[in-house]
Write a protein that binds this ligand. Structure first.
Ligand SMILES: *Cc1c(COP(=O)(O)O)cnc(C)c1O
Length: 399
């Protein structure tokens, strides 16, 4: 099937009239099936079945059953991915387990393009361990040179949240392994955005969130992957009862569950899981290669049109599509005000300090016509300096 035959699938989403949503890289829109599923889970499962829902409605299996659906989108096999908690927690779990695999090494290597929470979680873990560990940061361009035999763990985010710059997962993972280090990839801006093949890459751990390109809704659970051959030996950092081998035996001592199940912690967020499960239906019959081809086409169109019509804007994303994820960023000193003016005209992008305007391209519900319309509005805002109005410069808490 050609990609134009199946994409976009706008009818699957609730998109407010006249709105062009270029922020699915931050929070995906509401899939219609998710509101129906959540309503049903609330009324007939929680409402009518009460505590029996854990058995009759399969609530207890949600984290691994939905994990298998995510696994398909990131090149992993069944029983290697589990859902729960937030991405910050999953980063902590992966990093802590990874460090315990390299007791003689003390360096965690990451880059300056990583998302702050990943770095903060690493800093917190280092100080908690009090065992001489150190978080070392290099520039994203210099990762390969920075990997040496002191590095215990290389922890990177595949696609940069600000610029969309994309690391070469295979080359970096190979270099990490050659140096004897453990590799963790954060797929926050990759899952549902670009093709990823975790099993071919061979990294030990991967983590990611589901409220961005996977449209699981605000607060949707995160995921964690462990390479199959390691999962039974990995030492979990957060020993919660649902990661125990036999939670309902209520034993006094912790024994890790089999394989990836040990990365579960406590009670799963059943309503959020229901929303995510329904949201994932939008991916049925779509391959990540179809998504990627359409995404590259939309990003190229936006770069060319916005670049040509708005010469004041500086492209902050890599120009080559092979080096870019599914978002495009432009730098402009008054970028915050430009984004506010766009939002007032129903084009939703977002802003990242100090001067980046970000636009996410999500072929499930964005097409060429949306991109061209967004460019018309951006052009008008730039040409007529509409952004210069005082009301667009007032900063809000969430940008
Ligand atoms: C979005 C994002 C997060 C968010 O973490 P939460 O715990 O879900 O709030 C973390 N890391 C990266 C790389 C992200 O892009």
């Amino acid at each position: 099937m050609s990609k134009t035959a199946i994409l976009p699938r706008k009818d699957l989403f609730h998109l407010p009239d006249g709105l062009i949503y270029l922020d699915g890289n931050s929070l995906g829109p509401l899939p219609r099936s998710a509101s129906e599923r959540v309503a049903k889970t609330v009324s007939s499962e929680w409402g009518d079945h009460l505590i029996t829902g854990w058995n009759v409605d399969g609530w207890m299996e949600q984290p691994s059953r939905i994990g298998n659906r995510i696994a398909k989108l990131v090149g992993a096999s069944d029983a290697t991915v589990v859902l729960g908690d937030t991405l910050s927690i999953k980063v902590y779990q992966a990093l802590s387990s990874a460090l315990s695999m390299k007791p003689d090494r003390k360096v965690i290597l990451s880059d300056t393009g990583n998302f702050p929470t990943d770095l903060y979680m690493a800093q917190g873990l280092v100080s908690q361990l009090s065992d001489g560990h150190e978080l070392k940061l290099c520039e994203p361009e210099n990762v390969l040179e920075a990997i040496d035999e002191n590095v215990a763990v290389v922890m990177l985010t595949h696609v940069d949240y600000r610029t969309g710059r994309m690391h070469d997962m295979e080359t970096i993972t190979r270099a990490a392994h050659r140096a004897g280090a453990v590799m963790i990839w954060d797929l926050a801006h990759s899952a549902g955005a670009v093709p990823v093949n975790l099993e071919a890459v061979g990294c030990e751990f991967a983590v990611g969130c589901t409220y961005k390109y996977l449209n699981g809704g605000p607060g949707a659970p995160a995921f964690i992957y462990i390479r199959k051959d390691l999962a039974d030996d990995v030492r979990p950092a957060l020993c919660g009862w649902l990661g125990h081998d036999s939670p309902f035996a209520f034993e006094q001592s912790y024994r890790p569950a089999k394989a990836i199940e040990r990365m579960r912690v406590g009670t799963p967020p059943v309503l959020q899981m229901a929303a995510l499960d329904a949201a994932l239906d939008a991916w049925d019959g779509v391959s990540m290669d179809d998504i990627r081809a359409a995404s590259v086409e939309l990003c190229e169109l936006f770069i060319n049109e916005a670049g040509r019509r708005c010469p004041q804007l500086q492209l902050a994303s890599p120009r080559k599509s092979e080096l870019r994820g599914s978002q495009v960023s432009f730098a402009f000193e008054e970028g915050y005000a430009v984004i506010q003016a766009l939002v007032a005209r129903k084009v939703i992008g977002d802003f990242r300090a100090p001067d980046l305007m970000r636009f996410g391209f999500t072929p499930l519900y964005i097409d060429r016509e949306d991109v061209l319309k967004a460019c018309d509005i951006l052009e008008e805002i730039m040409r007529d300096k509409i952004w210069d109005e005082e009301k667009y410069k007032k900063k809000q808490a969430v940008t």
